[in-house]
Design a protein around this ligand. Sequence first.
Ligand code: F6R
Length: 241
Amino acid sequence: MNIRIFDQEKELNTTGAELIASLVQNKPKAVLGLATGSSPVGIYNELIDMYNRGLVSFVSASSFNLDEYVGLPVSHSESYRSFMNNKLFHHIDIKMENTHIPDGNAADLDAECTRYEELLVNQGPVDLQLLGIGHNGHIGFNEPGASLTGSTHVVNLKEETLKANARFFPSIEDVPKQAMTMGVASILKAKHIVLIARGEDKAEIIRTALTGPITTECPASLLQCHPNVTVLLDRGAGRFM
Ligand code: F6R
């Protein structure tokens, strides 16, 4: 595991963006695994900047997002489809048909999970998977528990996650209670995983996940089993490392 701690946010963002850009430069048909939330936004901004400067093109690349809320209209500003369109896809040359996000409004959610997982298997493996981490150690929306699900599935979000995501909605009641997420096995199939965490409030869970026991009670701890993980932390998130 390659753990890097940055004093400057800018440096963290350019390092993350360069990992993605150099992958796509060397392998134009790269399959990117993408995340939403606040952690990757600075990296997306750097990628947009690199694209605008003609340094990278995503025209042949494809992407798979980790997760999507269940029952939130795609047009809602907080749907993960809206997030990705607004924060990245609409500002670069990736073809929209090559961007994949689970359909949280599918009539048959289980069938949609199967479809998404099959697409991932057929078009994968993911070359580089970006991940954030929840305060409870979730990756994607794989919440802590006695067991974890390997492939894409529907999940009931934990109270902690609803609280953390309430900042994006008018109130906690408006946060969808369910989501669809890639499973832990789907995530671990990626060739390279890049975990990002920012802020002192992530310091404790980063220490637990990266140096504590490997347990389903901290899904991110399973990253210790992966042979190629890069961790990008700001000074706050890295203060116990
Ligand atoms: C987002 C996702 C989540 C977030 C995590 C951290 O697609 O899968 O696991 O990465 O909740 O969120 P932020 O980055 O907002 O702290």
